[in-house]
Design a protein around this ligand. Structure first.
Ligand code: SAH
Ligand code: SF4
Length: 357
């Protein structure tokens, strides 16, 4: 690599690219596994001092990851670390190299921990009820910045003596399908069996409905679970909650979902944030059921997590149950759940917003 290239993160590189970087420097490919294990299985940060690396790898690491070298490691700093009162959820605000901050949530239950990571600093979609949407878009995250959030969680779990992550959800800040390539590279790295090894079926990508991205997932027969944040079943109502949805009419969006289900043989999770009086009446439930006709859908109903910049209130328990009942009767399984860690502002973008106020 020439000195004029800006340094790259080792966490940006999938296994074959890491192997290529070593081979380019005349280090034999057999050394890739040790480096990969250290980076992604052990979530190590101390590459310069590892006694288990053989001399050629040790020399490469010393020469290439020293300050001013062609590679660096993504080691975001936790500038906030909040624990929910139920003791299961921790939310981190991680500061990236350029000072941008992103939110990462770790939900740790015995044997089935889940990380919720961000894919962008901010978000361009502008959803009115979402703290991230209100704050606007700053930039895409690189693959390594997505990977590093997961590795941060792995280190926390290890320090607490718990097994590693089982599930990964892309439901933090940002719209994953607006940063498609970086997200897919990050997931390739995170599902690699030689490293972090999260099962592809245990990864859920959540989208606000970026049609070209959904069709690309279908074409590529994506192995990950897909969640669609629908929130409204008419174009007019959807536009109010999700300004970006103007670009993607509902009929086309639902068509893309059908294509996805057909191509992948997988169902789709529909996310519906229940907002009192806005999208939670029995007629909304019937509209939703009608819209989902022909789509293998499981609906996740999540009462709104109130945020400072949005006046809406969460749906109360009785109307939420009634909504669920209508979906059930129409043949759509659904789950009614709380956003976890509500007491630590685990709603998307809320922690960063709170710390900036
Ligand atoms: N941009 C993607 C993924 C990140 S948002 C998407 O929108 O799907 C993840 C989920 O959090 C989405 O379903 C979104 O609608 C939901 N969400 C955002 N703000 C919320 C709030 N205040 N209360 C409840 N859910 C919220
Ligand atoms: Fe972006 Fe998702 Fe928030 Fe909408 S809900 S602004 S798409 S992060």
């Amino acid at each position: 690599m020439s000195a004029t290239n800006s340094p790259r993160s080792l966490h940006d590189l999938p296994f074959p690219a890491l192997e290529e970087a070593l081979t380019r420097a005349d280090v034999r490919p057999i050394h890739t596994r040790a480096l990969w294990r250290a980076l992604h299985r052990e979530a190590a940060l101390d590459l310069q001092t590892r006694a288990d690396f053989l001399p050629p790898l040790r020399r490469w690491v010393e020469a290439h990851t020293a300050p001013g070298g062609p590679f660096f490691l993504d080691t975001p700093q936790a500038v906030a670390d909040l624990r929910s009162t139920d003791g299961h959820t921790r939310k981190f605000l991680l500061r990236l190299r350029d000072g941008q901050t992103v939110e990462t949530v770790l939900m740790a239950y015995p044997g089935r921990s889940t990380a919720c990571v961000s894919t962008q600093a901010g978000c361009a979609m502008g959803c009115t009820f979402c703290a991230t949407g209100k704050a606007g878009f700053t930039r895409h995250l690189r693959p390594g910045e997505i990977v590093a959030q997961v590795l941060h969680c792995q280190r926390i779990l290890r320090d607490e003596g718990k097994p590693g992550l089982r599930n990964l959800v892309l439901m933090g800040m940002g719209e994953p399908l607006h940063n498609y390539d970086a997200v897919m590279t990050a997931l390739e790295i995170l599902t690699d069996r030689r490293g972090t090894n999260i099962g592809p079926a245990h990864v859920t990508l959540s989208t606000v409905g970026v049609i070209p991205g959904i069709l690309r997932l279908a074409r590529e027969n994506s192995p990950y679970a897909l969640a669609l944040s629908l929130h409204a079943a008419t174009d007019a109502e959807r536009r109010v909650l999700i300004p970006a949805s103007r670009r993607w009419p509902l009929a086309d969006l639902l068509g893309a979902c059908r294509t996805y289900c057909h191509a992948t043989g997988r169902r789709i999770f529909i996310e519906w944030t229940l907002i009192a009086g806005v999208n939670d009446t029995p007629s909304h439930a019937r509209q939703l059921a009608a819209a989902l006709e022909g789509i293998a859908a499981h609906v996740n109903l999540i009462p709104l997590n109130p945020t400072a910049a949005y006046a809406g209130a969460p749906t109360a328990s009785a109307p939420a149950q009634a909504f669920k009942g209508i979906l059930q009767a129409a043949g759509f399984p659904s789950t009614l759940r709380q956003r976890r860690g509500i007491d630590i502002a685990a709603g998307c973008g809320q922690l960063r917003g709170a710390l900036q106020e």
